[in-house]
Design a protein around this ligand. Structure first.
Ligand code: SAH
Length: 381
């Protein structure tokens, strides 16, 4: 019997991008349209595992179903504006996400044993960290789930087409604050880890936050992917300057949320990120304060040499200062890595991602808005 499609959730004029739906949502979608829920798994395998975006090529779907999908839905990926490759192998894609000049960047960092993709979650950022160039661009909008997962789709399938292994790790450390785009990020992360999509282990997917404490509390309810926290300062006075969201959620609350996130997971560790700013946060005294702050949390510490950009008010710490800091913290038992700057010849290093977009808003207004949002309901998942 031919299936019937009594329910049309799509607006008449616009096709609905099925990349927005994770498996649970796709199952509801198919069931609401008179199909069995296993269609969701089939569709995900076509799209995410085989890289097929044309419904007509999905040969295990009935003709009627394919017609229905063609009529109402699409699998739409962002357009690649530029693809660049650094002398060290790092690659960066600038992706157009809509018709109004909004663009975001994602960066692939190839290493011997892994291919790490750094994914953006917002067009711009509201948090205004004083050392970050994305912040200088202001904020335009959240990315949709489709726009987030599409970054992985595009890069993974480009790699496979080149005969290389695909993406093995994802870090949500591109443009934006992932926890201020909570639902879209969680649905995308869900797909990253789904056996019928990219099947990445939860340890290979990292969400990085500047410290949106209520959302961190929410996060532990819905997922246990790896968590990185951009700490950058060992006391509130300094952190208030570098990471202004600290004025709302001070270090003590942030660290409580970190404890709580890994509580009950034996081998879990928080990754603390700490950008090395010359003469600002890089002294031995800062290292001492840091050890006393995080010494009792199962963690790794990533020291990130500051990546400069035009008009930046900071400089990177001297190599000696970075080494001294690292020797001190590792001597106190904290696993400490100094991150190598990757891809700086194509502005692909941390904090250099700017994409391109119109800041249609005054940032101060948006900042107020985001602080209001994160206080409660809008983050409920
Ligand atoms: N908003 C999230 C994720 C994006 S930033 C967060 O704050 O964690 C990814 C990492 O790069 C963060 O640790 C951020 O603080 C760091 N970063 C930003 N600008 C940088 C710069 N110019 N040099 C080095 N690291 C930078």
């Amino acid at each position: 019997m031919k299936p019937e499609y009594p329910f049309n959730p799509m607006p008449e004029t616009e096709k609905f991008n099925l990349l927005n739906l994770n498996r649970a949502a796709l199952e509801v979608f198919f069931q609401s349209n008179g199909e069995k829920s296993f269609r969701a798994r089939q569709l995900m395998q076509w799209v995410h595992q085989r890289g097929v975006t044309d419904f007509d090529q999905m040969t295990d779907m009935s003709k009627t179903l394919r017609q229905f999908l063609n009529q109402h839905c699409c699998i739409e990926l962002p357009r690649v504006i530029t693809a660049q490759k650094s002398s060290d192998g790092t690659r960066k894609w600038l992706l157009s996400v809509d018709d109004s000049d909004n663009a975001v960047e994602c960066v692939l960092i190839p290493e011997k044993s892994r291919m790490t993709l750094c994914v953006s979650s917002q067009v711009g950022c509201t948090l205004n960290c004083s050392f970050c160039s994305t912040a200088k661009q202001g904020f335009n909008r959240n990315l949709t789930t489709a726009e987030i997962i599409a970054q992985l789709h595009l890069v993974h399938h480009s790699l496979l087409a080149e005969g290389s292994s695909g993406v093995s790790n994802v870090v949500m450390m591109g443009m934006g604050e992932p926890l201020l785009n909570f639902d879209a990020v969680i649905a995308a992360v869900d797909m990253m880890c789904d056996d019928y999509a990219y099947a990445l282990s939860k340890r290979r997917v990292t969400i990085s936050t500047a410290g949106v404490v209520p959302a961190m509390r929410q996060l532990e309810q819905v997922t246990d992917v790896a968590l990185a926290v951009s700490l950058h300062a060992p006391n509130d006075r300094l952190r208030n300057q570098l990471v202004p969201i600290n004025r709302k959620y001070p270090i003590s609350e942030l660290l409580q949320a970190c404890h709580s996130y890994i509580d009950g997971y034996k081998s879990r560790k928080i990754t603390f990120e700490y950008v090395m700013l010359d003469g600002i946060n890089d002294s031995l005294e800062h290292a001492r304060q840091l050890v006393s702050l995080i010494g009792d949390i199962p963690c790794k510490l990533n020291l990130i040499p500051f990546n400069p950009y035009p008009h930046a008010i900071y400089q990177c710490s001297e190599q000696d200062a970075i080494d001294r800091f690292r020797d001190y913290t590792s001597g106190k038992g904290i696993i400490t890595l100094t991150r190598r700057a990757r891809g700086d010849d194509i502005d692909a290093a941390c904090g250099q991602l700017v994409g391109a977009f119109h800041d249609r808003s005054r940032r101060s207004e948006k900042y107020q808005l985001s602080l209001k949002d994160i206080e409660g309901v809008s983050l409920a998942h």
